[in-house]
Design a protein around this ligand. Structure first.
Ligand code: ZN
Length: 501
């Protein structure tokens, strides 16, 4: 058998096999409304294909390395692609965590999955055999230098690295890396609060962390559309002038949940959250997650006695599956049905995150026409706003469902969104940008009749303060005052608080 220097065609074909068979799954399921949209998606896929070339090139330089890595990589990618198409599930840090924590759990293998594994295994082994028999390489070190330089260059561009990191097969590496980062973060010890003082009321405190909800799109705040038909019937107190200093989830959550404020932002990275205080006062604490854990706030999720992921396998890069907060309700019923006298429940919702249509039940899509493409510029402003407002209807129903479950208890519900959302102001969309619509974030408080009977003064204080401007650092001090929790020498507690000016 003759060996030729046909390394480069081999690298391109191997990368094409991965790119078409596995990486393309996210693009084939993306909403696109025109030939132009499809072309943009194709260009995005092409970028990923070019990002595949350097790593495949490096693998191919040694036949043993290629044979040892390429087939297993294709088989695992095949399994993930199978679940991507059949269940809309992608690899997330939660899936790795659940897998690592439940070693005995086995996946039920169906015939379809067997076929995918067999096909991916067979084709990738044929590639490995071809590499062994047909390719001869001279000056390996030159090839290695070129491939490494190309890889470093491509992955140093954030606009390429970010989408690449979420796609097959790159996510196998990047998601595992995130899982390890998260694990390191929550294994680090942070000092707890001391000299904690508690009252002994039986009480349920529920914190709903919202996502990208802007107050001026709530009917109860005077928005022209009735986006809050259920909440309008409740004795709920909106705070329309709350400002989040951060405009993206990670930084915003750590700031809200800890004692951090504008003078001491560093506390978000070194202190525990108010969950520590609730635990020390005998509250059972739970975190129900409808968003992925990230390094920015995983520590606080892990502080809770119970952590339930309602988000496994869901990703903002999946556009063809419904992902609504109604999925949190069974977990809420499970943790509140256990008969704890004192309980703190944190619900991290997906709320009004882009892609809006996936975060609203079909039965609640009252505002039409909705977006039909994930390419923002292909949708009209009105379609974007319609889809966004439909997510607000979904949040309205979700909070109403929580209130219904708390109505007969001594209970407090605080809703605070992590930040707002730009809806076309100055040509800006979504969040993580520095515009007023993104800083102004939605906030609501609901007190049960039993709680108001015990603390009429607090209800009056909320009514009095509701039009004042607050920074999201109010949360820490408000939520502990709700539960009559104090700590330390008392100097710091209850500052900057919805109950006080
Ligand atoms: Zn967010």
């Amino acid at each position: 058998m003759t060996k030729k220097n046909n390394l480069l065609p081999f690298v391109v074909l191997s990368a094409l096999f991965i790119g078409i068979t596995f990486t393309a799954s996210d693009f084939l399921t993306s909403p696109a409304d025109s030939v132009k949209d499809s072309f943009i998606l194709f260009l995005q896929w092409t970028v990923l294909f070019f990002a595949l070339l350097p790593p495949v090139y490096i693998l191919a330089l040694n036949k043993y390395v290629f044979a040892g890595i390429f087939p297993p990589l294709c088989i695992v990618s095949g399994v993930l692609t199978y679940f991507r198409y059949t269940a809309g599930t992608v690899l997330t840090t939660e899936i790795i965590e659940i897998f690592m924590d439940n070693h005995s759990q086995s996946t039920v293998m169906g015939a379809g999955l067997y076929a995918v594994v067999a096909a991916a295994g067979l084709v990738s082994v044929l590639f490995a055999v071809y590499r062994f028999k047909k390719i001869k390489i001279r000056k390996t070190h030159v090839h290695l230098s070129v491939a490494t330089a190309a890889a470093v260059l491509i992955f140093s561009i954030p606009q390429i690295k970010r989408p690449v990191a979420n796609r097959l097969p790159f996510n196998l590496y990047f998601v595992t890396k995130d899982y390890i980062k998260n694990r390191r973060e929550y294994m680090t010890e942070r000092p707890g609060f001391d000299a904690v003082r508690c009252s002994d009321d039986s009480l349920a405190v529920v914190l709903v962390i919202g996502e990208s909800l802007r107050p001026d799109h709530l009917g109860i705040n005077g928005y022209e559309r009735n986006t809050t038909p259920h909440l309008a019937e409740e004795d709920i107190i909106p705070f329309p002038d709350v400002q989040s200093p951060y405009t993206y989830t990670n930084a915003s959550l750590a700031y809200m949940l800890t004692r951090a404020d504008s003078l001491h932002p560093d506390r978000a990275a070194v202190e525990r959250s108010f969950v520590d205080l609730f635990k020390k006062c005998g509250f059972h604490t739970s975190w129900l997650a409808n968003q992925a854990a990230t390094k920015g706030y995983v520590y606080f999720m892990k502080e809770c006695d119970t952590l339930i992921y309602c988000v496994s396998g869901k990703s903002s890069y999946v556009f063809d599956r419904t992902w609504t907060d109604a999925g949190l309700l069974p977990a809420f019923d499970a943790v509140t049905g256990q008969g704890f006298d004192r309980q703190l429940v944190v619900l991290h919702t997906v709320g009004s995150h882009w892609y809006y249509n996936t975060h609203c039940e079909d039965s609640l899509k009252h505002f039409a026409p909705v977006t039909r493409s994930r390419i923002i510029s292909s949708n009209t402003k009105q379609e974007m706003i319609n889809s966004y407002d439909n997510t607000v209807l979904s949040t309205d129903l979700f909070i109403y469902n929580l209130i219904n479950r708390l109505r007969d208890k001594n209970a407090v519900l605080i809703y605070l969104s992590d930040h707002g959302e730009a809806l076309g102001e100055n040509g800006q969309w979504l969040h993580a940008s520095d515009s007023p619509a993104v800083h102004n974030t939605a906030c609501l408080v609901w007190l049960s009749p039993a709680y108001i009977a015990l603390h009429a003064d607090r209800y009056e204080a909320l009514m009095e303060n509701r039009l004042r401007r607050y920074d999201t650092d109010f949360l820490f001090h408000t939520i502990i005052e709700c539960a009559d929790i104090g700590f330390g020498d008392g100097e710091d507690e209850y500052r900057k608080n919805l109950f006080r000016q």
